[in-house]
Design a protein around this ligand. Structure first.
Ligand SMILES: NC(=O)c1ccc[n+]([C@@H]2O[C@H](COP(=O)([O-])OP(=O)(O)OC[C@H]3O[C@@H](n4cnc5c(N)ncnc54)[C@H](OP(=O)(O)O)[C@@H]3O)[C@@H](O)[C@H]2O)c1
Length: 245
């Protein structure tokens, strides 16, 4: 299947890393579903940007923490484009909090978006993705860093890494590869919101290059993984973090 005939669902593509992935996949000829949960204006802007460069995209609202909405995301994609070849499970939330301050609701919300959302989107992919497809889940390099206040976030992403490993051999017989990207600190709302300039600077100094990652640092690796040149990689977590850890 040439890249021009492929269809991608990118969850959480209205902003940040997902937006850049959507734009770059569309530039390479893939038809893209720009998923979002609340920010319709931003999602529409991403679709417009893609269309203005000659690409094809639609925005579909779906809260990935709700299984019925994940199912609707796939059925609307199939109605519009007739197939799904690429699933980028990028949607995620990060709420840094010391264990003493974490409520049951905080715990459930973070696991619902980051783990349940990823898992049931994979289930939809098992039912509907074309043979030869590609799934990319999202962890974080923080999962290997033991930083205070990241316990829930890192635990959700640890679960995503493990489910990626476990599912590789279920997807293999359908010639679908499934991997996990673990970015380091990337300059998006998720990382920057609520952090002082001093704290952001301290993170800049933690990698080999003294800068934050940019969304394209991540999207470039996604392009490699969907290019057809990396089909022997499956079940793996790939750290894309400028040498943070
Ligand atoms: N930035 C970093 O430093 C970093 C580092 C490691 C890993 N990551 C991971 O990379 C991924 C993308 O992060 P980011 O930095 O680009 O985040 P971001 O800038 O906060 O953007 C998050 C995106 O996810 C969407 N989203 C949030 N909750 C959702 C839900 N329940 N259902 C559907 N979409 C939802 C948002 O949609 P709305 O606009 O509609 O709210 C938005 O498009 C996440 O999985 C994150 O954990 C990020």
């Amino acid at each position: 299947m040439s890249i021009n005939e492929q269809v991608a669902i990118v969850t959480g593509a209205s902003r940040g890393i997902g937006q850049q992935i959507a734009v770059q996949l569309a530039q390479s000829g893939v038809k893209v579903v720009v998923n979002y949960s609340s920010n319709a204006t931003k999602a529409d802007e991403v679709v417009k940007t893609i269309e203005q460069s000659g690409g094809e995209a639609i925005a579909i609202r779906a809260d990935v923490s709700k299984v019925s909405e994940v199912e609707a995301l796939f059925s609307e994609t199939l109605e519009r484009f007739g197939r799904v070849d690429i699933l980028i499970n990028n949607a995620g939330i990060m709420e840094g909090r010391a264990i003493a301050d974490v409520t049951e609701e905080d715990f459930d919300r973070n696991f619902a978006v980051n783990v349940k959302g990823t898992y049931f989107a994979c289930q939809q992919a098992m039912q509907h993705m074309a043979e030869g497809g590609t799934i990319i889940n999202f962890s974080t390099s923080v999962a290997g860093a033991m930083l205070p206040t990241y316990s829930i976030y890192a635990a959700t992403k640890g679960a995503v890494e493990q489910l990626t490993r476990q599912l590789a051999k279920e997807f293999g017989p359908r010639n679908i590869v499934i991997n996990c990207i673990a970015p380091g600190q990337v300059a998006t709302d998720l990382f920057l919101n609520g952090k002082s300039e001093e704290l952001v600077d301290s993170y800049r100094r933690m990698n080999a290059f003294g800068r934050l990652g940019e969304p394209e640092d991540i999207a470039n690796v996604i392009e490699l993984l969907v290019s057809g040149k990396a089909r022997w990689i499956t079940g793996q977590t790939i750290r894309v973090n400028g040498g943070f850890n």
